[in-house]
Structures are given as structure tokens and as C-alpha cells.
Design a protein around this ligand. Structure first.
Ligand code: FAD
Length: 336
């Protein structure tokens, strides 16, 4: 255990550069690095990934470890997981963190199995235990009713982390010291580049661009079961148009088919950190509030004065949310 050293972020890039989530993780990992005094590397595995490095250094990476090969497209988790495990056995990092995306979760699971390490999925926080130097990995447990902190017994300590949990911030002090970091291109053994499934891309399914960008929205209005009917959802959409927000929902509202499941906010939906969150007829159950704790200002509107949401928000209104929606629309439209 003692010889494992180095903090790794498994990065993801697309044709525009590193994903926002990768930058969020680097920002947090830089904090861990300051405590542990270990090198911070970003690991990139894929095709056409080399030009993302500058941004990764800007967000705190000392080194970019790059395995680039044409055979790495289309994506195959078994192939990439084996490559990550190979790097891991060679370099022996102490910590590997990755985004809780479908891709990275699969690669991390493959790698953890190969190196015999544990893996904590969907963390909401990570930090270093000041006594032991171990990675504390915090994630919801028991249906989101409590937060459990997990410590891995084995090395490397591996965790995946949800988007929107940490704020991405360039690491200015480091950048201004002109430390531009090092790019290391690693040639891995040929057999690791063989795609075990012989995958061929036959079609590309593009992400639905009409779906709101919840993670980066400044104002999020959430429909709870308390206003769960079509007319109120229409009203909420109108209101959100007037104030430049996006409309999300609690799980029951999605289950009722009033909004798509892609609109769900919470532990098993989007983790959001807007400037303003407004919950309309939302009770404030833990699986939902886990997803909104990064919001800067929180407002709850509920008819029940004892609703748990009132223990959570900055401003609470005991009122009929449907009436509040129509009254706000009237006032804002009158001002136009
Ligand atoms: C493993 C797991 C994962 C989950 N993940 C998520 C998740 O990601 N996101 C999520 O949201 N949920 C999730 N849930 C469900 C979660 O536990 C709650 O059931 C859900 O958040 C409750 O949604 P709600 O507040 O809309 O409904 P309710 O809890 O039914 O609350 C409705 C509220 O509306 C109020 N109300 C009624 N009428 C009005 C009115 N006219 N005006 C104002 N207020 C009114 C009521 O007083 C009540 O407080 C998960 C559950 C599990 C077990």
C-alpha cells in the first residue's frame, strides 16, 4: 500500500475538448493533491484526444497520460478498462476518480475488477482523512435516506462522481507559475488494443439537443407531485420562459408521464447547482434534495407547513403552488 502514489482523474473528451465533468473533477483533485502532496495526472484513452491537454493543465493536471489509437473508436469498455488496469499496474496510483458517466463507470468497473480494487460509484463528495491520508468517498445509501462514507481497503482507491457536485475552476496560481505540465504518450501492448468484441459503428445516435442543460442552467423550476397535472406543467413552462429558466421534475411527476424521465432532478436524475432553485409542490424527500444541494438560492412552495422542504430551502412559502404559478405569470406578463 505504501508504494502507491499519485492522483489520477480519468478524463473524457469530445470534439470540443474535455467534458465539463472532467474539469470539475480536476478542480477537486487539485484540492486532494494539496493535502496529499502527490502528483495529479489526467488519463485520456481514446482516438483524437491529444489536443485537450492545455485545458487539463489549466485546471490543475501536472501530467496528461495519453493512450491514443485509432482502434479505440468505437468505444469498448472492456478494451479501455484493460488499458486503464495496465497503466495502473505499471504506475500504481493511490487514487483514481472518474465521472459517473455511462462510459467511465463501465471502464472503472472493468479496471477495478482487473486490479482487485474496490470501487465506490456515484459519489457526492470526496475528501482526504487527515489522520490516515485515505480517500473518504461519500455517496447516498438506503434509497438516499442517509449519506455513507466509504473507505477502500485496497489500492488504488477508486470512485466515480456525479456531474455538478463540484465547481470547475481554473487553477490560476499554478498556471501563472508557467508550469505547463507534461504530456506522456504511452504505447500499450498490441493485444490490449484489440477490441475483444470486434465492434463496428453502424449508426450514430445524437444526443437530444432539445433537452435542457440542467447541469448548467441558472434557474431551475421543479414540478412536484403537488402540482402534478398537465395544466400546471404548461403554466410552469410558461413561467420558466418568462424568467429564463428550465423546467425539471421530481420522480413521481416523471413516473406519471407529465415530463420525461430526462427531466428528473435528484439522486437518480440530474444533480444541479443553479443560482436559483424553485420547488413547486415538492415535499423535499432526501433522494430529491441530494440533487439540489449545490443551488445557491432555494425556494420552496408547499401547502403543508410541515413539509421537509421547508427545513432545506432559503425561502419557504406556505401556499398553493398552482396559484403562485398563475399569479407570477400574470404579474410578469403585465410588466412586458
Ligand atoms: C432509490 C430511489 C431514488 C430516487 N431518486 C429520486 C430522484 O432522483 N428524484 C426525485 O425527485 N425523487 C427520487 N426518488 C423518490 C423520492 O423518494 C420521493 O418519493 C420524491 O422525491 C417525492 O416527490 P414529490 O415531492 O414530487 O412528491 P410527494 O412526496 O408526494 O410530495 C408532494 C408535496 O406536494 C405538496 N402539495 C400538494 N398539493 C399542493 C399544492 N397545490 N401546492 C403546493 N404544494 C402542494 C404536498 O404537501 C407534498 O409535500 C427516489 C426514490 C428512491 C427509493
Amino acid at each position: 500500500m505504501a508504494e502507491n502514489k499519485g492522483i489520477w482523474v480519468l478524463g473524457e473528451v469530445n470534439n470540443k475538448g474535455p467534458l465539463a465533468l472532467t474539469l470539475e473533477l480536476l478542480t477537486k483533485a487539485y484540492e486532494l493533491k494539496e493535502t496529499l502532496k502527490e502528483e495529479l495526472s489526467c488519463v485520456l484513452i481514446g482516438k483524437d484526444i491529444g489536443n485537450a491537454s492545455e485545458k487539463l493543465f489549466e485546471y490543475g493536471a501536472d501530467r496528461v497520460i495519453c493512450v491514443e489509437d485509432d482502434s479505440l473508436e468505437p468505444f469498448c469498455e472492456m478494451q479501455q478498462g484493460k488499458i486503464l488496469a495496465f497503466l495502473c499496474k505499471q504506475r500504481m496510483p493511490s487514487i483514481i476518480i472518474a465521472g459517473a458517466t455511462d462510459r467511465s463507470k463501465a471502464v472503472m468497473a472493468m479496471c477495478a475488477t482487473s486490479v482487485g480494487a474496490g470501487l465506490t460509484a456515484n459519489c457526492m463528495d470526496i475528501s482526504i482523512d487527515s489522520d490516515t491520508g485515505r480517500l473518504l468517498q461519500t455517496r447516498p445509501a438506503y434509497g438516499g435516506n442517509l449519506m455513507a462514507t466509504i473507505v477502500s481497503e485496497k489500492m488504488p482507491q477508486m470512485a466515480t462522481i456525479r456531474q455538478g457536485v463540484f465547481e470547475a475552476a481554473p487553477c490560476l496560481s499554478k498556471y501563472s507559475s508557467n508550469n505547463e505540465g507534461e504530456i506522456e504518450k504511452i504505447a500499450v501492448p498490441q493485444d490490449l488494443l484489440q477490441n475483444p468484441f470486434h465492434l463496428e459503428a453502424c449508426d450514430e445516435i445524437k444526443k437530444d439537443e432539445s433537452s435542457p442543460d440542467y447541469e448548467n442552467a441558472a434557474i431551475v423550476l421543479v414540478a412536484g407531485r403537488g402540482i402534478g397535472d398537465e395544466t400546471s406543467i404548461k403554466g410552469l413552462k410558461r413561467l420558466s420562459g418568462l424568467i429564463g429558466g428550465v423546467v425539471g421534475a421530481t420522480r413521481p411527476v416523471c413516473d406519471m408521464g407529465l415530463l420525461p424521465h430526462s427531466a428528473q432532478i435528484g439522486q437518480t436524475g440530474h444533480i444541479i447547482s443553479p443560482n436559483v432553485y424553485m420547488g413547486f409542490g415538492v415535499s423535499g424527500a432526501a433522494p430529491h434534495t441530494i440533487g439540489i444541494q449545490g443551488a445557491k438560492v432555494m425556494i420552496g412552495i408547499n401547502t403543508d407547513k410541515d413539509a421537509p422542504i421547508f427545513d432545506f430551502v432559503n425561502y419557504g412559502f406556505i401556499a398553493d403552488a398552482k396559484e403562485v404559478i398563475s399569479s407570477l405569470i400574470k404579474r410578469l406578463e403585465a410588466k412586458k
